[in-house]
Design a protein around this ligand. Structure first.
Ligand code: ATP
Ligand code: MG
Length: 300
């Protein structure tokens, strides 16, 4: 077997604590005690890309740095709405640009999803039941329709390799209690609303997004990544036209290739997908960079 793509680097002074699909988490070692610190994490975004719950064999060059820099940029745009986990960008040279030191939080057991536009899993539910996340919606909506107000459509945080399942709001209330549930819902909806306010003049629609919160001293703190192409569907605003799937800046593009006959992969087989061809890797990299440059207005 080949090594996993971009395996977690060895970082002197840091102890690995977890590897997710995309990020590697480390605890810094306290110089005085020689013990791993419990209050901080080094969050390293790799160039790994996942699709259909598989981490692909083909890393996307610069993806980790694009995601990290974009999240940092968004944390600033959202700073008056919600505190975030960032402590420092002073990180080891080996992971410069794609790592941040963050406050280690107790994470909510809920993926906080907001949808401003109808597509994907929301569209499937709407077509079957006329609802999205159990919320009744008017007839006549189509792929790409904009909701009057963004919807909170949470899901479970499934263990590695398993699918996140939709949760209705009552399930979130029983998991978090009514007060925390309401705060998580309101913040999630305000984050996508702010995301669209900021992104619209830059020609990007944030169709939907997932945020993760941790709790510190009873307050919700925005953690993980925020409003990136990995956690969100970004659409070029000038091409938005409801009635069919929209072109996007996320990995929809990789998914399309995997599902096409060219990949020779059968999603239903349960087998790992094949490596991506170079041109799919390069075009995906270009999409991530383009999203970063459009949003922030700076050259990557
Ligand atoms: P999984 O870890 O289940 O594979 P994932 O693929 O989304 O999920 P990554 O994004 O690769 O995971 O890794 C990030 C992990 O770090 C997530 O489990 C996220 O909940 C966790 N995380 C992010 N920020 C913090 C924080 N400040 N404190 C504690 N955990 C955090
Ligand atoms: Mg993640």
């Amino acid at each position: 077997m080949a090594d996993a793509p971009s395996a977690p680097p060895d970082l002197p002074g840091y102890v690995p604590v977890h590897s997710g699909k995309v990020r590697d988490l480390y605890a810094p070692v306290d110089e005085r005690t020689g013990e791993a610190r419990g209050d901080l994490l080094l969050l390293v975004a790799s160039d790994r890309i996942s699709a259909f719950d598989f981490v692909l064999d083909s890393p996307i060059p610069d993806k980790g740095e694009v995601l990290t820099r974009m999240s940092l940029w968004w944390f600033e745009q959202l700073a008056d709405l919600v505190p975030n986990h960032l402590v420092s960008t002073d990180v080891p040279d080996a992971v410069a640009g794609r790592a941040v030191v963050v406050r280690r939080l107790d994470m909510l057991p809920v993926e906080c999803v907001a949808r401003a536009y109808l597509t994907g899993g929301g569209l499937r539910e709407y077509r079957a039941d006329g609802t999205v996340s159990g919320i009744a919606l008017p007839d006549g909506l189509t792929d790409g329709s904009r909701f009057p107000e963004p919807l909170f459509t949470p899901s479970t945080k499934a263990p590695s390799g398993q699918h996140d399942e939709p949760m209705d709001y009552a399930a979130v209330e029983s998991a978090l209690g009514p007060d925390l549930a309401a705060r998580a819902r309101d913040l999630t909806v305000r984050i996508i609303a702010r995301g669209n306010e900021v992104a619209a003049p830059r020609g990007i629609i944030v169709a939907d997004t997932k945020v993760e919160f941790g709790v510190a001293d009873g307050d919700l703190v925005l953690a993980d990544e925020v409003l990136t192409p990995d956690s969100s569907r970004f659409w070029p605003a000038e091409q938005w036209e409801p009635g069919h799937p929209q072109p996007s800046y996320d990995k929809e593009f990789v998914r399309e290739w995997l599902l096409s006959p060219a990949s020779g992969w059968d999603k239903a087989s349960g087998e790992a997908p094949p490596p991506l061809p170079d041109d799919v890797v390069e075009r995906t990299r270009a999409k991530y960079v383009e999203a970063y440059e459009r949003l922030t207005g700076s050259t990557f």
